[in-house]
Write a protein that binds this ligand. Sequence first.
Ligand code: NDP
Length: 497
Amino acid sequence: MPRIQPHLFVIFGATGDLTKRKLIPALYSLMQDADVARRCVVLGTARSDWSDERFREEAREALRDNGYSEEAVAKWCTRNLYYQCLGTEGNDYGQLRDRVEQLERHLGLPGNRAFYLSLPPSVYGPAIEGLGDVGLNDSSGWTRVVVEKPFGYDLDSAQALNDQVHRHFDEDQVYRIDHYLGKETVQNLMAFRFGNALFESMWNREHIDRVEITVAEPLGVGGRGGYYDQSGHVRDMVQNHLTQLLTLVAMEPPASMEANAIRDEKVKVLNALQQPDPETDVVLGQYAAGTMDGERVPAYREAPDVPADSITETFAALRLNVANWRWQGVPFLLRTGKRLPRKLTQIAVRFQSAPISLFQSDGAPCVPQNADCEAPPNELLITLQPDEGFDLRFEVKAPGTSPDGAMALESQHLSFSYQDAFGPVPDAYETLLRDILMGDPTLFVRADEVEASWQLYAGLLDADLPVHPYEAGTWGPAAVDRLLATWTSGGPASPPA
Ligand code: NDP
């Protein structure tokens, strides 16, 4: 079994939220192997004038918040965490290089380095240049650079950033994060599809009526108003997370489970996707004030750093068509927003109904051979949040007979819960950090992949679309229901159950 090699893990943006909430806990969890922990060292860096001790104290607090024991945490922090202040001009990257080399000499590390850019997106480029200029893009061991989302603001900026990255790093050194790909259920999509012939034989336009992908978030924009208002929900969620989920549902079986074989298939899906027509395939919304859990929540426009006349979307619903032999004509419906009734990330695969229903369903009798009488469709729900698992809806005979003597059907479920079967699932960041340290790029987004997904939404991002208000705590603007009804053959797509 390959193991994590000794390395130096350099975090840019070490004073930030992501470092505290996700990276430090994930690194600590990975370092529970005592042998690994001795030789895996974290160097935090940011502009703030922190000391090693201040960084360790902040990390101790973050780990305490995650329920780890004080004593073990204190030991790890003292032995493994260091901090280097990084200004914005002068020879700061030179000083960073000197500190990296000094730590490696002092601690006997072999020169394996990961640079994690947990920075505001506008600083990715300068950080890449800074690393390249002082030779930190190469070492006696391996060197990897990890770039957080969002990667670019549109197609042009993503291409420019890729060019900048490739001036200093080879593509196989680059790990573009989409943390949805680190979730167990997302990875299990591939295992589910390609490890079970049962479903794969039905995974096509002959048997599937539509696919709905929902990412619903009850929270508002919180303190991220300044960033979010420049970005909007299509850039923040659709272009990356939802599109990644779609590619995993729609991709062909790869030739192998090797990283590039999988990513090749995902890119083929992106290339087969038709750009949505902004007029007919898209509804945007913005949450107004409303009531959630009995409490009034303010409108998006009342959030800090959001202009009172903002027209930034906090909700998007789209219909996409994958124009290839497997999927042509099957609508892929994406729906995502903030201030929706509950947290839910779910892929609903609705199969086609049996051609004729011979049974009574929902109390309505069906006359045998009546072609207008539709049997309820089977549906597979793949839930990523909050309870990771699968749920297959199918029809059974309800006990007894109805008054007219007909056999009646009732929907039942076959359910699988990750938590029940395997216990708590690791956090996505832990999975992704392990893969970075093991040199496995499968769950990271390749340069051509990120550009293809920006290309898909180029027309939408340029369009001047109405942004419909919706009340916080509802499933989005009313315009969605009208639109969904015209999108699908089997009637309006329902809000998630
Ligand atoms: P924060 O604003 O909390 O932290 C940003 C960090 O970058 C700070 O450490 C800040 O420290 C540093 N920084 C800011 N400007 C500069 C600069 N010019 N040069 C060097 N360092 C700078 O952001 P987050 O931690 O929330 O997010 C970081 C990245 O991760 C972003 O790209 C975000 O989109 C992404 N992300 C975050 C998630 C989260 O849950 N927080 C989730 C998914 C992605 P200092 O001011 O001391 O320099």
